[in-house]
Design a protein around this ligand. Structure first.
Ligand code: URA
Length: 467
């Protein structure tokens, strides 16, 4: 005989976690249902998030939380396409725009190898996020493209994948609504940097895409949410374990993030940088971005059966970029999602990095930090650089507030580079002159130059394939 089940109360659930007890799967499901149907208040949800942040989750709780979140609304099912579905996700970084390159690279590879039904052989159903903490968000970047719609319905998402091989959307009100609600709360109550909550957030979205395979870019270093190598490694293993348990082949790359990735950080600036690369304009400051993109895409192409090894996949990825096939795939995706592709037709970055999307765009103010002394560019606090980008207007103070398209930074030197006094280091851009001061001083304090060459970590620290 089954025991009658006790009704669950959110206050008891909060107390349990507060006191260090493990939550049962029904308790976790009750919490997730309650935040979605709004029977649980933001205050209660925040209290439980903080308790989870402080107390952690057991392996059973960690399996239950992303599963409950994954099924908190609609899920996306690409199986009728009979294609290989794969995605990449990053734990978040400054200037981290690899998604904007990886989606078209994989789409181009899939378009070149169609299924017998004429559908791209690889599909990338990317469900992305907005800016979180000091990091930028793929959706905020894409939405600077006039007309681009990140809120496709699921049938539109399906159709875009079928014709273009990739589509990039945000969580709709019905797609993983639990993460949308929790993500916004976490950003405002100081609970982002929790390996358990990051795992649940990322994996709920990724598993809702019903993927065959997933490649994770887990950042480590001064610009990562998890600064220490051990914490990042732990986060990577939690995510690989969660994906594998759910039946998705999951690989995590631990990547060094001690400086902004590539040449720009900021919404439209990052789109411009990627378009330049796809148009074969390769600036030396974009070298780390291109390298990381090819390594991540290489793993994806390998998992999708297009390359015998990840290294061969990286070579293929670079060929796809250099051949212009990624750019053609990009134009297809942007047009299919309502974006105005005419904004890419002249190479704007060459004219001026602060060039605007439209000719009638607002005036853009700038200020450049230079090397105060000669020596080697030794270190920076990359999280502070991210906050500077947000402070210039690229991020929103509250969920839903508009973000500036043109605000951001341009990197003129990379760590380890030998500099003479006066060499430009970083240019700041903002649509409001008054927003330049604070980020300028924040950055000035964090940039360190020293007489000897610094010891730098390699871009790829480790690849984790089992949890
Ligand atoms: N990216 C996400 O999608 N969620 C997090 O919690 C952190 C980074």
């Amino acid at each position: 005989m089954t025991q009658p089940t006790q009704p669950l109360h959110i206050v008891d659930i909060i107390r349990h976690k507060r006191d260090g007890l493990a939550l049962s799967t029904p308790e976790i499901q009750h919490f997730i249902h309650g935040i979605v149907d709004r029977s649980i208040t933001d205050a209660q949800a925040s209290a439980l998030l903080m308790a989870i942040f402080l107390r952690g989750l057991s392996p059973q709780e960690l399996a239950a939380l992303p599963t409950a979140m994954r099924f908190s609304g609609d899920t996306f099912d690409a199986t009728p396409l009979h294609t290989f579905t794969i995605d990449k996700h990053s734990t978040g970084g400054v200037g981290d725009k690899t998604s904007l390159l990886i989606a078209p690279i994989l789409a181009a590879a899939g378009l070149a190898a169609p299924t017998p039904a004429g559908i791209p052989g690889i599909c990338v159903p990317m469900i992305s996020g907005r800016s979180l903490g000091h990091t930028g968000g793929t959706l905020d970047k894409l939405e600077t493209i006039p007309g681009f719609n990140t809120q496709l319905t699921l049938p539109q998402f399906f159709d875009t994948l079928k014709t273009c091989g990739a589509a990039l959307i945000g969580q709709t009100p019905t797609l993983v609504p639990a993460d949308r609600i929790l993500y916004a709360l976490r950003d405002h109550i100081g609970t982002i940097e929790s390996p358990n909550l990051i795992t649940a957030s990322i994996m709920s979205k990724k598993l809702a895409e019903s993927l065959n395979a997933l490649v994770l870019d887990v950042k480590t270093g001064s610009g990562a949410f998890m600064k220490s190598y051990d914490d990042s490694r732990y986060l990577a293993s939690l995510m690989v374990q969660t994906g594998t348990l759910a039946g998705t082949r999951t690989v995590a790359l631990l990547t060094t993030h001690d400086q902004p990735l590539g040449r720009f950080a900021g919404n439209w600036l990052e789109v411009q940088e990627c378009v330049d690369i796809m148009q074969q304009v390769r600036h030396p400051m974009s070298a780390d971005l291109i390298e990381l993109t090819n390594i991540l895409s290489g793993w994806m192409l390998h998992l999708a059966g297009q390359a015998d090894t990840p290294a061969q996949g990286a070579v293929l990825s670079d060929q796809i970029l250099r051949s212009g096939a990624a750019y053609q795939a990009w134009l297809g995706i942007i047009a299919a999602q309502g974006g105005d592709t005419s904004v890419f037709h002249s190479s704007r970055t060459q004219n001026a990095p602060s060039s605007a999307i439209h000719d009638d765009a607002p005036r853009i103010y700038s200020r450049t930090l230079t090397a105060s002394t000669s020596g080697y560019f030794a270190s920076m606090d990359c999280t502070q650089a991210g906050w500077a980008v947000q402070g210039l207007g690229a991020g929103s103070a509250k969920p839903g507030d508009p973000v500036s398209a043109h605000a951001g930074i341009q990197v003129h030197a990379k760590l380890g580079q030998q500099l003479t006094q006066g060499h430009p280091l970083i240019t700041l851009y903002s649509e409001e002159e008054s927003l330049l001061d604070e980020p300028y001083h924040m950055l000035q304090e964090t940039l360190q130059i020293q007489p000897s060459a610094p010891h730098l970590q390699p871009l790829i620290r480790e690849v984790i394939t089992t949890g």
